[in-house]
Design a protein around this ligand. Sequence first.
Ligand code: PEP
Ligand code: MN
Length: 355
Amino acid sequence: MDLLKKIQNNWIKKFSYPFIIAGPCSAENEKQIINITKTLNKSYVEVLRAGIWKPRTKPGMFEGNGEEGLKWLVKAKKLYNILLATEVANKEHVKLALKYNIDILWIGARSTCNPFTIQEISDSLKNSNKIILIKNPLNLDIDLWKGAIERLIRNNINNIGIIHRGFTIYKNYKYRNQPCWLEVLKFKEKYPNIPLICDPSHIAGNSKYIYEISKKAINYGYDGLMIESHENPKEALSDAQQQITPNQLTEILSKILLKKPIIKKYLNYLDIYRTNINEIDENILHLLKNRFLSSYEIGKIKNKYKIDILQKNIMLKQKENYKNISQKLNLNEIFIQKIFDKIHKESIKLQLKIK
Ligand code: PEP
Ligand code: MN
């Protein structure tokens, strides 16, 4: 029996559609939390998000305010009658989040990657009826995501939803994290029972893309959005580039919801495959860019050591290799060869320029 099919979406039916969670990346101080909660447009935003423990790339950066921050959230909830959501990454976090009665706990992308972490969180939530949202893992490993969900279900945690926040694939991609819509929508198609929320902020990594990603998610039939919002994004202690002001948030949400969203169901594969092709084409361009950068570096070395630019034996080896791969992948060899001849010519042109 597929345990994931057991999840029911009753919990999300208690919220408006689409279900909107918004608030700062991190709870920075009491004033910030009180002000933003006051300013968030309550007719859209039902849940305030704020990170209390922040998983940062490097030590020595702002890592959140811990328990103190939970007190600010509770105060904001009392004042403005809003529900609360925060990230938990170990059993101590869970214990404190439960102590302060945080309404929704989410599990971050870095935690979903680690089965030990997920198991620890799950064990500390055994039989809980809290709403738990699980972000996708950093890498595009849908089974790892499913495994995390299953670890919760096995501990009789049933109010579950998932958050799509994009995947780490290439450097220098348009977005901070690649959406991989096709994979997530296939997952959604298999498990329409699991509420799916999009986090455009962490996909985008830049405030200018929040609208386009949010709109797409709503058109694809996502159940809600989690968007980072800060009164003064430039000054934010974490994720400054991707946060939007409460005014911008209202503007984006009203634009999206102006007309009742036309849900191009996730079953509309024509559109999904087109989106997928765009994602792939953009990747090809980024890969080409990386390839030419390496080729340029090679050109500098050849120039320095007076090595001939055209290395015929290397080129022939490459050709043979690509031919073998094409055969394995069932690609048209002649077509692939033409593409690589063109790429190779372009590389040589680039290297010739170095002199
Ligand atoms: C966050 O929501 O601020 C966060 C750290 O997200 P993610 O786990 O998606 O990186
Ligand atoms: Mn963030």
